[in-house]
Design a protein around this ligand. Structure first.
Ligand code: ZN
Length: 130
C-alpha cells in the first residue's frame, strides 16, 4: 500500500535547479531508470533530493521513499546504507527478482556521492553486474 501510494504520488519528483551532484542509473532486467539530484549544504549534509525516472512501481516508490529518507543525512550515512535498509524502508517482502528494482535508487545515490568524492568514475550505474 505504501509502495502504491509513493508510486502514484511520488515525493520529490523532478529535478533540482542547482544540485551538488546528479547521477543516473538503470536496471536493465526490468527497464527501470532513475536520476537522482542531491544538494548538500556547507556541512556536507543532504539538504535536498529530487528524483526522476521511469519504471516499475517498486523502483519508483523506492526512489520516492529514499528521497525523503535521505534529507538530513550525511554523505557518509548515505554510503553506509545497504540493501537491507532499503528493503526495511519499503516495508514489504521483496522477491529476489525485484531486489534490483528496490535498490536501484540507493545505488544511484551512492554512486553519485562516490563520484562527487572522486572515488568512482562511471557514467551510469547499472544493477546488471550486481
Ligand atoms: Zn523494476
Amino acid at each position: 500500500q505504501q509502495i502504491l501510494d509513493h508510486y502514484k504520488n511520488p515525493r520529490n519528483y523532478g529535478e533540482l535547479e542547482d544540485p551538488t551532484f546528479t547521477h543516473v542509473g538503470e536496471n536493465p532486467m526490468c527497464g527501470d531508470e532513475i536520476r537522482m539530484d542531491v544538494k548538500l549544504d556547507d556541512e556536507e549534509t543532504i539538504e535536498q533530493v529530487a528524483f526522476s525516472g521511469d519504471g516499475c512501481a517498486i523502483s519508483q516508490a523506492s526512489a520516492s521513499m529514499l528521497s525523503s529518507e535521505l534529507r538530513g543525512k550525511s554523505v557518509d550515512e548515505l554510503l553506509e546504507m545497504d540493501r537491507d535498509d532499503v528493503i526495511d524502508m519499503l516495508g514489504v517482502d521483496i522477491s529476489p527478482m525485484r531486489v534490483k528494482c528496490a535498490v536501484l535508487a540507493e545505488k544511484v545515490a551512492q554512486d553519485g556521492a562516490e563520484i562527487y568524492q572522486g572515488d568512482l568514475d562511471v557514467e551510469k550505474t547499472t544493477t546488471e553486474d550486481d
